[in-house]
Design a binder for this molecule. Structure first.
Ligand SMILES: *[C@@H]1O[C@H](CO)[C@@H](O)[C@H](O)[C@H]1NC(C)=O
Ligand SMILES: *[C@@H]1O[C@H](CO)[C@@H](O)[C@H](O)[C@H]1NC(C)=O
Ligand SMILES: *[C@@H]1O[C@H](CO)[C@@H](O)[C@H](O)[C@H]1NC(C)=O
Ligand SMILES: *[C@@H]1O[C@H](CO)[C@@H](O)[C@H](O)[C@H]1NC(C)=O
Length: 865
């Protein structure tokens, strides 16, 4: 019901005049990928995979040389433990030496390697290495292919959900994967905000409401405090209807380690310990066994969500042992006791960051696959009160559907319900730079300015003012490490050309030149140094200017603060939505100071710690993916060629084995032909059995062509036998029509000659048509006669196509005469001109309304009468 409603909302309000492109939304989880496609005219829903499943396992793998995705890729881990890659979300942008990698190696049998960027790659059993970004890009591309076959067109733009706690490093890794997949990033959206959009889609908020979105995923748990309020879509309008919904994120809390995967790990370790105890063998050294246990742990966890006991059963787990064990929910919960204490923490953290208490909250909305785990639900209930718990969004799909709606809104191609998001960044971000040395040789002093404290709105800019004479660098950094193992600094921006720009501005008459740099926290959560300018003050030479100058000078608050003397307070906040408001404060407070054209400075960006992939690295990744695609397409074509040949051979064998004289194949063929075809068929079948596995596409096609050339004459005869009567009918119809026409027209002509009226056709015209008719008739009589003596298993002497072509000649000639206009009778006098004109008109109407000589039963005639 609500899905249908959403569909209508989107679909009914399309802007039909623009050319629309589809938008793909991906919720990339550690366990599952959910995707949704927004296409004009298409029902808005979750994208189905090839097995019509609504979620796709986040896995990619290889079974020997065949690349697999989703469940197929996850399932082969037990046989190919080095070639099945899952849970890659844990590895996005993580440094090779980090807790995240140790955790990953404790849950996965894959072989982790260090990339040139110091991040993580994975090595297949054949030695080839893939970066995490490339492997995730493959999955994005796989989803894109699904979307394209659903949309029936190219899909380029994508919006991807990320946890709110994702750092700049991780966000970069997501964007890199998108680009390697050959897609364009429309935006990244925090998953809490995405769920909020989905929640707001079908609801209205006469009074502001506060809800916590508690998202228990595979990789982590996060809580988002959201305020929902109705607002006016256009604040300037006089109308008071609140037609838009404002979503304001008030606080977030998270725990990067206590998701569903950690529960799987606890369950797996129960089985490992049990195995160890019972069989005295170390299963942890057996990769296949460990992969099988991992899969079983996931299955057991799902069973224990609804049952108090589950039976683990794995045939030939390791060392030829068939493993069987009963695991109780109590045992599982005991092994996860420490986690239980942590489940409510993100919720409380989010509330505290928002400055709210549980009493202020309308409901706690549960979402995410792990929100079904009883232990987690109990912990949240205990913290929030059972009456606050709401399960009114789809735990698996709310985030991706919300993301798709937001993507549609951003693209401005769809007119959706007006829902705005004001999100926040969860980390303290500071700008650091070296203080200008007051005295030569003085120890350089680092200055840190908190530009975006935790909780800052995304989509905002701040301007920093520096008093410098030379080039300098500013660094963007988290105040503290954002997660264990991650560095703090992420961007170093060198501002260059300062000296020259100041000189130029000073020469133009400016005083007190300063450098203004804009730092930005984007809607997608990226911090960057956007631009830098040198600007100065110019004396306003007008009278008013001088007066204002006289009174105003000194009290102006626009005096640039020397960055070296002020740590905080130099940043002017400003919303990105209104870039024109830039420096407006300075202008109003000191009108006498008229800044002239500032000079833009160049910014050289460097990445001091974990760099995003360079253009070159991304291109290399893209090329690797394309090469795999090309290889697969070659393989697919070969398979197709082989299958087609095989199918053809079986068809021929069936045809040849039917000896009955009634079969059209036998009727239309000679025994020598059948013999040759049978020999070739047997020969090819034998070839296929002996060499078929190693042959290439061309060979399959050549073999088929050789067989076809033997079969073709027989098929041709059969088709001609079917076609001949129809073509003959057609020829006779035109013969007959032309004859009728000539007879009638000649009668008319005779009468006209007698009465002296103006005839439509001349004798010559009719003679010509008669000539064409005679030629047609003669040809037809002769060849139809000859064809009659041809046997069914002999090649026809005339082709139906030629018969039709010849009939067409006659037809065209006839049509030309029928369409002919009646010649106007010679004009008599000017006074009767109107009458004459009228007569001509009348005759014309008569002509066009004339009975058509077109044979009614001719289904092949293409005349446009
Ligand atoms: C300064 O002025 C010179 C000469 O007009 C010009 O070539 C140069 O690009 C200017 N430099 C800057 C940074 O504006
Ligand atoms: C030829 O046309 C006639 C008259 O419409 C029709 O009855 C007959 O079935 C047609 N024969 C063939 C072979 O199409
Ligand atoms: C012959 O004349 C009649 C009467 O004017 C007309 O309806 C008919 O179309 C004419 N036929 C031809 C073939 O011109
Ligand atoms: C063409 O039409 C004429 C007169 O209707 C008929 O006598 C003749 O047999 C026809 N010819 C063929 C080949 O059908």
């Amino acid at each position: 019901m609500s899905r249908l409603f959403l569909f209508l909302c989107v679909w009914l309000s399309l802007w039909s005049e623009t050319v629309l492109g589809s938008i793909l939304a991906i919720d990339y989880g550690a366990d599952f990928i959910k995707a949704s496609l927004m296409k004009p005219g298409q029902p808005f829903d979750v994208l189905l995979n090839r097995d019509s499943k609504r979620k796709i396992q986040s896995s990619v793998g290889w079974k020997k040389n065949d690349r697999l995705f989703g469940q197929d890729a996850a399932n082969i881990a037990g046989r190919f433990p080095l070639d099945s890659f899952s849970s890659l979300k844990f590895l996005q942008a993580v440094p090779y030496e980090s807790d995240a990698v140790s955790f990953y190696t404790s849950i996965s049998t894959a072989d982790v390697v260090k990339t040139e960027r110091g991040t993580v790659g994975l090595r297949r059993s054949d030695g080839t290495e893939w970066t995490v970004e490339e492997l995730i890009a493959m999955q994005f591309a796989y989803v894109r292919d699904l979307a394209e076959s659903t949309a029936g067109e190219k899909v380029n733009d994508v919006i991807v959900t990320v946890p709110a706690y994702y750092t700049q490093f991780e966000r970069d890794a997501v964007v890199d994967a998108i680009e390697i997949a050959g897609l364009r990033t429309l935006a990244l959206i925090n998953d809490g905000a995405a769920v909020a959009v989905n929640y707001a889609m079908t609801r209205s908020f006469p009074e502001p409401e506060y809800h916590v979105i508690y998202d228990a995923g595979a990789s982590s748990i996060r809580a988002t405090v959201v305020q929902f309020a109705s607002v006016q879509s256009d604040p300037k309008s006089k109308s008071t209807t609140k037609d838009a919904t404002q979503i304001t994120i008030q606080g977030v809390g998270y725990d990067r380690q206590t998701g569903g995967t950690e529960l799987d790990r606890r369950l797996r370790d129960i089985m490992v310990a049990d195995f160890q105890k019972r069989y005295k063998r170390d299963i942890t050294t057996d990769k296949r066994g460990m992969a099988k246990l991992w899969k079983e742990a996931g299955r057991i966890k799902a069973i224990l969500s609804a049952n108090t006991e589950a039976m683990a059963t794995i045939e030939s787990l390791a060392f030829d042992i068939d493993y069987k064990a009963k695991i109780s929910r109590a045992e599982f919960e005991a092994a996860s006791k420490d986690l239980k204490l942590r489940y409510a923490v993100p919720l409380l953290q989010a509330l505290s960051n928002a400055g709210l208490r549980m009493d202020d909250i309308n409901s706690v909305i549960l979402t995410g696959g792990s929100s079904r785990t009883p232990m987690i639900q109990e912990a949240v209930k205990a913290a929030a009160g059972a009456n606050k718990i709401a399960q009114n969004v789809n735990a698996d799909e709310a985030a991706v559907l919300g993301a798709a709606l937001h993507g549609a809104a951003l693209s401005r191609q769809f007119k959706t319900k007006d829902i705005r998001i004001a999100d926040i960044g969860p980390y303290d971000i500071q700008v650091s730079y070296q203080a200008e040395a007051k005295t030569p040789g003085a120890r350089p002093r680092m200055i840190n300015t908190l530009v975006f404290p935790a909780g800052s709105k995304t989509g905002t800019k701040k301007t920093l003012t520096f008093k410098r004479q030379d080039d300098f660098a500013v660094k963007l950094a988290y105040k503290t490490p954002p997660a264990p193992g991650f560095p703090t600094e992420f961007i170093e921006a060198e501002i260059v050309g300062v000296g020259e720009a100041i000189q130029n501005l000073t020469e133009a008459g400016a005083t007190d030149p300063v450098i203004k740099a804009t730092v930005m926290l984007s809607e997608s959560g990226f911090a960057s140094v956007r631009d830098a300018f040198v600007s100065g003050e110019f004396k306003d030479e007008s009278i008013t200017g001088k007066l204002k100058d006289f009174f105003g000078k000194g009290s102006s608050s626009s005096q640039p603060v020397d960055a070296t003397t002020a740590d905080v307070g130099t940043a002017e906040e400003e919303a990105t939505e209104s870039p024109s408001a830039s420096s407006s404060a300075a202008e109003t407070s000191a009108t006498a100071v008229k800044p002239k054209e500032p000079i833009a400075l160049e910014i050289e960006v460097k990445f001091p710690t974990i760099a995003p992939m360079s253009v070159k690295q991304k291109r290399a990744g893209r090329d690797k993916l394309l090469a795999v695609d090309a290889e697969e397409s070659t393989k697919r074509k070969r398979e197709e060629a082989r299958n087609t040949l095989e199918g053809y051979l079986y068809k021929l064998r069936d045809l040849l084995s039917d000896e009955s004289s009634e079969s059209p194949f036998v009727k239309c063929s000679q025994s020598a032909e059948r013999k040759a075809l049978a020999e070739k068929t047997d020969e090819t079948l034998a070839w296929l059995a002996d060499y078929g596995d190693d042959a290439d596409t061309i060979q399959y096609i050549d073999k088929r062509t050789a067989l076809e050339s033997l079969e073709r004459p027989i098929v041709h005869r059969y088709k001609e036998i079917e076609e001949f009567p129809k073509a003959l009918n057609n020829s006779q119809m035109w013969n007959w029509s032309a004859r009728m026409f000539i007879t009638e027209a000649r009668t008319n002509l005779t009468r006209e000659l007698e009465t002296g009226a103006v005839g439509k056709y001349t004798k010559e015209e009719l003679d010509e048509l008669e000539k064409t008719l005679k030629e047609h008739e003669t040809w037809l009589n002769e060849w139809v006669e000859r064809q009659k003596s041809v046997k069914m298993n002999e090649d026809p002497v005339i082709l139906s196509s030629e018969m039709r072509a010849r009939a067409k000649v006659l037809e065209n000639h006839l049509q030309k005469l029928v369409k002919k206009r009646v010649p106007k009778p010679p004009k008599k006098s000017t006074t009767s001109s109107t009458t004459t004109a009228k007569t001509a008109e009348e005759e014309e109407t008569q002509t066009t309304g004339e009975a058509s000589p077109r044979p009614a039963q001719d289904e092949h005639g293409h005349d446009e009468l």
